[in-house]
Design a protein around this ligand. Structure first.
Ligand SMILES: Nc1ncnc2c1ncn2[C@@H]1O[C@H](COP(=O)(O)OP(=O)(O)OP(=O)(O)O)[C@@H](O)[C@H]1O
Ligand SMILES: [Mg+2]
Length: 309
């Protein structure tokens, strides 16, 4: 059986006012049928570019992309039937109601009498009471839910979500993930991009990381987490840390997180802080998570993308 998705040495060069810009450098990976797969990377890494090529909205400069063996360039209609893509940017027709938008989308795929499935989608995404509301009267988060429903009306084999939870409240995030996880258990393949790494950690069995258009990691989530064998010492303080500790710490406001390997290192770090007269609050030690691995990998790679003039 062929892979659900194949990105075969995909490169993308954009022409810009400053010269040619390489957004993707020979990116190569496969997603297997039934996988829940995360595509991660910082802003500008090339995630949306890769998804646009998959969607047939952009052409690769070289390489090819296929969906269950169907080349998205050669047979875009068939590829589109198998793909349900939720784009990062909200696009909608303000004059449609939610139900009309979903019926229209069904019609595009030649599906009639789709209301049972549409009702199921609306219920699963917490939109049942908005079915007859005009798109322009929905909140941002609700519009995003409709975009998800729209991508699923034709029961695609592969569901692609480009930051579906950006600007979405906690409750909907949970509803959305429960629904997508159910479709995944029923056999759908899922490719997800997100900046909420705890989502990727909780949901995805495998992770690809992009940085400046290059694939820098492709691994099972569990393996990636194992690689970051260290723990993290977390505390709050308003004071400056000694340079030696600040070096292996990161700060979010007054919260500091310091990488520590074992209990001895925890003790040494706390002793050094006490000696420096730093007063700590809310001390805790936790296992390194995907965010720690991500930051570590990002720090280890050069950030520069080449511009050719
Ligand atoms: N049409 C375009 N013309 C020129 N450059 C582009 C174009 N679209 C994207 N880029 C550039 O390609 C790079 C990758 O952009 P892309 O949108 O794929 O990133 P991303 O990983 O999706 O980021 P984010 O997390 O912010 O959504 C960026 O440097 C961006 O400026
Ligand atoms: Mg993007």
């Amino acid at each position: 059986m062929s892979a659900a998705l194949v990105f075969d040495r995909v490169s993308k060069r954009y022409a810009t006012a400053r010269g040619a810009f390489d957004a993707l450098h020979s990116v190569h990976f496969e997603v297997q049928p039934g996988e829940f797969f995360a595509l991660l990377g910082p802003n500008g890494a090339g995630k949306t570019t890769l998804i646009s090529i998959l969607a047939g909205l952009a052409r690769p400069s070289s390489g090819r992309v296929s969906v269950f063996g169907v080349d998205v360039q050669r047979d875009p209609m068939q590829a589109r039937r198998w793909l349900g893509i939720v784009p990062q940017e909200l696009v909608f027709d303000p004059f449609f109601t939610v139900r009309e938008a979903l019926r229209f989308q069904s019609g595009y795929f030649g599906i009639r009498r789709n209301d049972d499935w549409i009702d199921e989608l609306l219920a699963g995404l917490g939109l049942s009471d908005k079915a007859e509301t005009n798109m322009r009267q929905l909140s941002g988060g609700m519009k995003r839910r409709v975009m998800v429903a729209q991508a699923l009306v034709h029961r695609p084999r592969v569901i692609v979500l480009d930051e579906p939870t950006a600007g979405v409240d906690v409750e909907l995030r949970q509803t959305l993930w429960a629904f997508i996880a159910r479709l995944n258990r029923a056999g759908s393949t899922v490719l997800l991009t997100t900046h909420y790494l705890e989502e990727a950690e909780a949901l995805c069995s495998r992770v690809a990381m992009l940085r400046a258009g290059r694939l820098i990691a492709l691994e099972r989530t569990a393996e990636l987490l194992k690689r970051a064998s260290s723990n993290v010492l977390r505390f709050k303080t308003d004071q400056a840390l000694p340079a030696e500790i600040a070096q292996r710490a990161r700060a979010t406001g007054r919260i500091w997180q310091v990488k520590v390997h074992d209990a001895v290192e925890v003790e040494q770090t706390l002793a050094a802080l006490r000696q420096a007269g730093v007063v700590l609050e809310d001390i805790e030690v936790r296992k390194a998570d995907l965010e720690d691995v991500f930051l570590e990998l990002m720090a280890a790679q050069p950030a520069t993308a080449e511009v050719h003039t």
